[in-house]
Design a protein around this ligand. Structure first.
Ligand code: C5P
Length: 211
């Protein structure tokens, strides 16, 4: 049974980059669990199936192959939206959480990032981080990311989407997004990527020493 580092937080808080850096620093396996919800949503869309049929969605979720998750293919905004819609379905969550827990047992350890890792998927993880930033800053980072790629983006529209996604993720009855009681809060609003990594590494080192 490997060591688990659980990293949760809202969309665009910087937890993806941070999780990859932390996994690299400890030579642990990394799973972005958002990609499992995205892969399920994309499989439904590609098959022309509805996004509101829980039985069908759960069947797709059970078939998701964790080794074949392609961030580039799954990063489209529309897929994120669809993912957050099917993520409210308990049987979809059960199928994906089973696969995520199996992944979390890898040796020597794993970093899992998502919305419910510290609360539901791996509640016994010795290290739990809740990474956040203000909605304005998250929307600004997303906006800059899109513009940097040479695409057009409207800040106000992105801000509205960030808020909608937060509301949906935080208000669903099954596994809502919230910090675990024993999570370390990391607000990256005023931090560079490097500063956030250093802060997360310090918290992780201290937690591993005490575990
Ligand atoms: O993190 P990402 O934006 O890729 O996640 C897409 C959607 O998947 C989230 O908005 C959320 O609804 C859902 N999700 C979840 N639980 C996780 C990871 C993602 O419900 N552990």
């Amino acid at each position: 049974m490997g060591i688990v580092i659980a990293i949760d937080g809202p969309a665009a808080a910087g937890k993806g980059t941070l999780s990859r850096q932390i996994a690299e620093a400890y030579h642990f396996h990394h799973l972005d669990t958002g990609l499992t919800y995205r892969a399920t949503a994309k499989a439904l869309i590609d098959a022309g199936l509805p996004l509101d049929d829980e039985t069908v969605a759960a069947k797709m979720a059970a078939e998701v192959d964790l080794s074949g998750l392609d961030r580039d293919v799954l990063s489209a905004h529309a897929i994120g939206e669809a993912a957050s819609r099917i993520a409210v379905m308990p049987s979809v969550r059960r199928a994906l959480v089973d696969a995520q827990r199996a992944f979390s047992r890898k040796e020597p350890g794993t970093v899992l990032d998502g919305r419910d890792i510290g609360t539901v998927v791996c509640p016994d993880a010795p290290v739990k981080l809740y990474v956040t930033a203000s909605p304005e800053i998250r929307a600004r980072r997303r906006h800059e990311e899109i513009v940097a790629k040479g695409d057009n983006a409207d800040y106000e529209a992105i801000f509205a989407e960030v808020k909608t996604r937060d509301d949906r993720d935080m208000s669903r009855s099954d596994s809502p997004l919230k910090p675990a009681p024993d999570a370390h809060l990391l607000d990256t609003s005023e931090m560079s990527i490097e500063a956030a990594f250093q802060a997360a590494k310090a918290i992780t080192d201290a937690a591993l020493k005490n575990s």
